[in-house]
Design a protein around this ligand. Structure first.
Ligand SMILES: [Zn+2]
Length: 431
């Protein structure tokens, strides 16, 4: 735990501020902080934006960076991705899993992401993935918070992995996962939800299920998830990931469903990069986008977060684990280009996932952890537009990553220009 004085930042609300971190916690934040001890390390942020760190609330650290192993996904579909992962799974070794997950976490830190909720497959013959991810979580805990979800990728009942899932929870995995739409029947999907919610309730754990990741408007497991959440008293502790079938549901049914979700206080985790890539694959034209109704859900008062889900794995060939890329995609796909809507998208990779994941001491207020990112941008909307350099990434008052400011130098005849694409470049000072 360290002390650090950060001078001259602009906050998300547009206010200029200094930030004083003592013993790893924010001890003061506000304009022109005085009486800072002389021997404390000082960062001059030069008026750039400071935000709490990014959070990825939906990822798969056990599958990441395996693109092309053993072959690439030719159809681009979710189902070919699942079967490819099934081919790869029996061949992976502990050391490979650790190396890939650690590499990805280093990318995350460099991008300013300091918390990841990662699903880890428990439906194989062993728990090598769980053991590897628990090892990485412990090894990197001073730098990044990893929250693990016991995820029955091949279906809890379909693959018969209940005992494995319970063992994973005993080993230290802290969230109960599920995938009801991948069970053999709707009834088995519902049964899996019932079983998993009861397990979570008994053990005092959170729930996060891959739910209705489908273009089928009749995939309605979210309905059962809300009912079971209420029945066992898990309100506010359950998240539905993906929920893409909601994109295709008719409006009348949606209007019933949204009130059930509010009643159960379900957290929504959409995965814009992956949903826009995997959904609509069976459509001709018009092709559905497949993203759940994020704007409407936010307006109704649900907590909505965005996850990256995949980076270079059987489901997605691209990515560098940049949560600003995720939010940028979301605001395009969801038609959220209004000013307050773009701010909502920024919160969906910062404050909202912190709430869904029950992270403590998150934010830039007095008493919070001294974790933050300084971006080469003047406000959150500019950050979404530019996906700029993460100039400083700070964890518990310690600088753990730096990046040089981006600057292009042009020579056009006799004229020379230096541009960084921010609003500083605008002679007419657009607001
Ligand atoms: Zn996923």
């Amino acid at each position: 735990m360290s002390d650090l004085f950060i001078k001259n930042v602009v906050l998300e609300n547009g206010k200029n501020s200094d930030i004083l971190i003592l013993n790893g916690k924010i001890s003061d934040i506000g304009p022109s902080i005085k009486n800072v001890s002389g021997d404390i390390e000082i960062v001059d942020a030069k008026g750039w934006l400071a935000t709490p760190p990014f959070i990825d609330s939906h990822f798969h650290l056990d599958a990441t960076l395996s693109y092309g192993m053993p072959r690439v996904n030719q159809s681009g579909t979710l189902l070919e991705g699942i079967s490819l992962w099934g081919e790869l799974k029996p061949t992976v070794r502990f050391d490979d899993l650790v190396e890939r997950a650690e590499t990805l976490c280093r990318w995350s830190i460099a991008r300013g992401t300091l918390a990841i909720r990662s699903h880890v497959d428990v439906s194989g013959n062993d728990l090598i993935g769980v053991e590897a991810m628990l090892y990485v979580k412990e090894k990197l805990k001073s730098y990044i918070d990893i929250q693990l979800v016991a995820f029955p990728q091949d279906g809890l009942l379909r693959s018969g992995c209940l005992e494995n899932l319970k063992k994973a929870l005993e080993l230290g995995v802290e969230v109960v996962g599920g995938i009801p739409h991948f069970e053999r029947t709707m009834q088995q999907g519902a049964e899996s939800i019932r079983t998993l919610c009861e397990i979570a309730e008994k053990r005092g754990l959170l729930v996060d299920m891959h739910c209705d990741e489908s273009d089928d408007p009749l995939s309605r497991h979210i309905e059962t998830l809300t009912m079971e959440t209420n029945r066992v008293g898990l309100n506010g502790r359950v998240a539905g990931s993906h929920l893409t079938s909601m994109h295709s549901m008719d409006n009348y049914y949606y209007s019933k469903l949204i009130s059930l979700m509010l009643e159960a206080n379900i957290g929504v985790i959409a995965n814009p990069l992956i949903n826009i890539t995997l959904q609509g694959r069976h459509d001709t034209y018009p092709k559905r986008r497949g993203l759940t109704r994020v704007n409407e859900q936010m307006n109704e008062g649900l907590d909505v977060a965005f996850g990256h889900d995949c980076v270079m794995d059987p489901w997605y060939p691209l990515g560098s684990h940049d949560m600003l890329e995720v939010a940028n995609m979301a605001l395009h796909v969801a038609h959220m280009t209004g000013q307050s809507e773009m701010m909502d998208c920024f919160r969906a990779v910062t404050h909202n996932p912190a709430k869904i994941m029950h992270l403590e001491n998150y934010g830039l207020t007095k008493g919070c952890s001294g974790d933050l990112v300084i971006l080469q941008a003047l406000d959150p909307i500019e950050a979404l537009r530019l996906k700029p350099a993460r100039l400083f990434v700070i964890k518990g008052g310690k600088i753990i990553s730096t990046e040089s400011p981006k600057l292009s130098k042009l020579k056009l005849g006799e004229e020379k220009f230096e541009i960084d694409f921010t609003k500083k470049d605008f002679s007419w000072k657009i607001k």
